[in-house]
Design a protein around this ligand. Structure first.
Ligand SMILES: [Zn+2]
Length: 435
């Protein structure tokens, strides 16, 4: 309140010669040409945006190509993985089978060894028996006891046969044992080679799986990048439509300015010095269930809403970002938002970041100003694109739509046209009364 009085006082002292910035009043022709300059700037921005849009779309189709390449690669890896998995299963079975075979061979070898052992013992016993006692069948006695030469031959043959038979059996046992041992050695060699193959397959499988995981990550990155690019396109398209409607609004502003100047000229000619159109402003009221409405200042700008300034303009340490406007906190849950100056609504829409949002082009002393009102309550926007608004006219209700953590008005002031780079943004403090 105090501040707005000061602003008024300053304005009164300097007269119409300056508006806050101290810029001199522009002549009619200057005003129009500066507006036309704004228009040209917007047209340049729009063609830049168009090429940016083409670039983004190229990027998207490139990212999509890369994704399908990666997907093909992943399919190939899947095939290789299932192939090695089958082979691993096969080799594992083979290993089990071979191990069982080895166990069986070892058992057979053990049985034969036992037999050899027994027979050896038997033969040793027999030999000891002969030496110690002459035994039941002393070979020599058998031979010496022959009754005739033919009997001797018979007996000698019998002894030889018995001895030979013992030797043959032993030899056979030894041969069997050797065969089994050879077989075991061969099977063990086979097992070693199968186990080596199995280990190779498992290594291969691991490698394939990690390659696939890598491709998975790559794909996820590409999908993210594509999403970002889509967001970027949406962003560009939003900027494009903001610029397009702003251009129309500025044309309208030029027309209004021309009409105002023509009327002023006519009035001067008639030498009637009626200042007539001093903004009356609707003030409070009008809004249906509005909780709190700000008082309307008599200067060029008025405070767009009640509530404390919860975040000022400029660099913010808490999120290391530049705040392009001013945040006004809430007084009630349905604080009114009013137009900060006379102007033309050029955007009244839902933005993903700004939420329910209104943008107004105002012309103050031949200078275009743009005001932005973001995060309004859903369905609370009271004005439409192309509408002419008066300073202090309610345009919506303070909310938290779009990227907003709580109920507040995010308000931006731009000296000139709004652009995506927000290069015309200025600090509203000291310009907007009571801020
Ligand atoms: Zn903000």
């Amino acid at each position: 309140m105090k501040k707005s009085v000061i602003t008024m006082a300053v304005a009164a002292t300097v007269g119409l010669g300056t508006v806050f910035g101290g810029a001199p009043v522009k002549t009619a022709a200057e005003s129009i040409s500066s507006l036309k300059g704004e228009q040209n700037k917007i047209q340049e921005k729009r063609s830049t945006i168009e090429s940016e849009l083409n670039q983004a779309n190229d990027k998207i189709s490139n990212l999509q190509d890369q994704q399908s390449d990666v997907k093909n690669e992943m399919q190939r890896l899947d095939l290789a993985i299932s192939d090695t998995t089958v082979k691993i299963k096969d080799k594992t079975a083979k290993v089990e089978e071979t191990k069982a075979q080895i166990v069986k061979l070892q058992e057979e070898i053990r049985v034969i060894k036992e037999r050899i052992e027994k027979r050896n013992v038997l033969l040793k016993d027999r030999a000891r028996n002969y030496q110690e006692t002459g035994g039941v069948v002393n070979y020599l006695d058998v031979l010496m006891g022959a009754s005739s030469f033919s009997d001797f031959i018979d007996r000698a043959n019998a002894v030889a046969t018995i001895m030979q038979a013992d030797q043959d059996i032993l030899k056979q046992h030894e041969a069997d044992k050797k065969e089994l041992v050879d077989k075991q050695v061969k099977v063990e060699t086979d097992l070693a080679s199968i186990e080596k193959m199995l280990a190779d397959l498992e290594t291969m499988n691991q490698k394939l799986n990690s390659q696939k995981a890598e491709k998975d990550r790559l794909l996820a990155t590409l999908v993210d990048q594509e999403q970002e690019e889509h967001d970027h396109v949406m962003d560009i398209q939003e900027q494009e439509s903001v610029l397009a409607s702003q251009e129309i609004a500025i044309q309208k502003a030029i027309k209004l300015e021309q009409e105002r100047q023509a009327a002023a000229a006519a009035a001067a000619k008639a030498s009637k010095n009626t200042s007539s159109s001093k903004s009356s402003s609707s003030g409070s009221g009008s809004g249906s269930s509005v909780g709190a409405t700000p008082q309307v200042s008599s200067s060029s700008f008025t405070r767009p809403t009640v509530g404390p300034v919860t975040s000022g303009y400029g660099y913010r340490t808490f999120d290391s970002s530049f705040h392009n406007g001013i945040d006004f906190g809430k007084v009630t849950n349905s604080d009114a938002i009013v137009a900060a100056a006379d102007g033309i609504v050029f955007r009244s829409y839902l933005s993903s970041s700004y939420g329910e949002c209104i943008m107004i082009t105002s012309m103050i002393n031949g200078q275009i100003y743009t005001t932005v009102y973001a995060h309004m309550v859903s369905g609370s926007r009271l004005v439409h694109e192309g509408d002419t608004v008066k300073k202090g006219q309610p345009i919506g209700t303070k909310g938290a739509t779009g990227e907003a953590a709580g109920i507040h008005l995010h308000f931006e002031l731009h000296k000139g046209e709004w652009n995506s780079g927000k290069t015309n943004k200025i600090n509203p403090a000291g310009i907007i009364p009571g801020v």
